[in-house]
Design a binder for this molecule. Structure first.
Ligand SMILES: *Cc1c(COP(=O)(O)O)cnc(C)c1O
Length: 361
């Protein structure tokens, strides 16, 4: 069986061991004689993984009893709406840092509701960096400050945690969650569309302070309220059991590999390898992101012209390197190198880049 090196941004590569484990259990989950796809979400064996997955996520994050893990559907994109619906009002709006496509989409939902404010934006620079702390204009009266931790499309990442002067900090961490140790206690609410770095599509992991989500506005419909998910252990309605099961396996895999410190070690080595290939190319490759905003998860770069970029994508594929084409809003290439991407895969790409450069410059 041939597997490629999968650099797609999401859904994205998963640890091979995890896929194999799921395959081995697929027809007979936990001696039930049924597949995980066929069992009730109220059955004991399912309940066990549901709760274990929550516990493992909190343990990896170093968070305690004051935080809750929720499983919600609708993608990270529904969180763009749920966040302002639950927390922002016209009198106490949500403040947004615009650092790329997804943070702008999040702000758009708050704007529709008339409850959004912009705290900073790097749109004028085509989002080649995240705003610095000294550029953040945080209205003290904000219900929250919303950031996108890693900008999947532009290939930039926050390497600092914003100081908010008491305003609760919220983050979309869809594309770099559990990729490095991070001071998660500084955040009041984090949401993660898991199909980037944590599992297959179908579920969003929300980690929030219990005090924040224990009571939602009475005027909100049931399925748009965080307190519905909190009070019912995310089992108010049928959860996406298979996706949660896979997230549980990936979380256990991260623990077994050595946790977030080990992930960070591997991820920085991988990112350094690719950025070095860019920086040592005499300008043949040019990175989109400013150096101090470079993402360790999504490496974006351009070639001298679009014909060469097309050729690069085609020849990469012939070399078993899949999914390197960038998003149309940036152009060029994007190599997504999440936790599950091996150093071997990244080195194969770096070698290919060097060979391609020599043949085409
Ligand atoms: C992919 C992505 C989203 C959108 O996720 P969906 O689950 O498709 O709604 C939001 N934010 C970030 C940072 C992403 O990478």
């Amino acid at each position: 069986m041939k597997r490629v090196y999968n650099f797609n941004p999401g859904p994205a590569t998963l640890p091979l061991e995890v896929l194999q484990e799921a395959q081995a259990e697929f027809l007979n989950f936990d001696n039930s004689g049924m597949s995980i796809l066929e069992i009730s979400h109220r059955a004991k064996p399912y309940e066990k993984i549901h709760n274990q997955t929550k516990a493992d996520i909190l343990e990896l994050m170093g968070l305690g009893e004051d935080y809750e893990v929720l499983f919600i559907q609708g993608g990270a994109s529904l969180q763009f709406s749920m966040v302002p619906l639950n927390f922002a009002t016209k009198e106490k709006p949500g403040s947004y840092v615009l650092s790329g496509t997804f943070s702008s989409n999040a702000y758009k939902e708050a704007e529709i509701l008339g409850v959004g404010k912009v705290a900073a934006s790097t749109k004028d620079e085509n989002f080649k960096r995240v705003p610095r702390q000294d550029e953040l204009k945080i209205d003290k009266n904000s219900a929250y400050l919303h950031i996108c931790n890693n900008n999947t499309i532009f290939g930039t990442e926050f390497h600092y945690i914003p100081e908010t002067d008491g305003v609760p900090l919220f983050a979309d961490m869809s594309s770099d969650f559990l990729s490095r140790p991070w001071d998660f206690k500084k955040f009041s609410l984090i949401y993660v569309g898991v199909q980037k770095n944590l599992g297959p599509a179908g579920v969003v992991v929300v980690v929030a302070k219990k005090s924040l989500i224990e009571k939602s506005l009475e005027t909100l419909p049931t399925m748009l309220r965080y307190d519905t998910f909190y009070r019912k252990n995310s089992l108010y309605n049928t959860p996406p059991a298979f996706s949660i099961y896979m997230v549980g396996k990936v979380a256990a895999w991260i623990k077994n590999q050595g946790g977030l410190a080990e992930m960070a070690k591997r991820n920085s080595k991988k990112a350094e390898t690719l950025y070095k290939a860019i920086d040592d190319s005499n300008g043949f490759y040019s990175g989109h992101a400013d150096k101090d905003s470079r993402s360790f998860m999504n490496v974006t770069f351009r070639l001298p012209n679009e014909d060469l970029e097309k050729k690069f994508v085609a020849e990469a594929l012939e070399n078993n390197l899949s999914g390197v084409k960038g998003h149309r809003s940036v152009g060029g290439m994007r190599a997504s190198i999440y936790n599950a991407m091996t150093l071997e895969g990244v080195e194969t790409l770096a070698d290919f880049m060097e060979k391609f450069r020599r043949q085409n410059s």
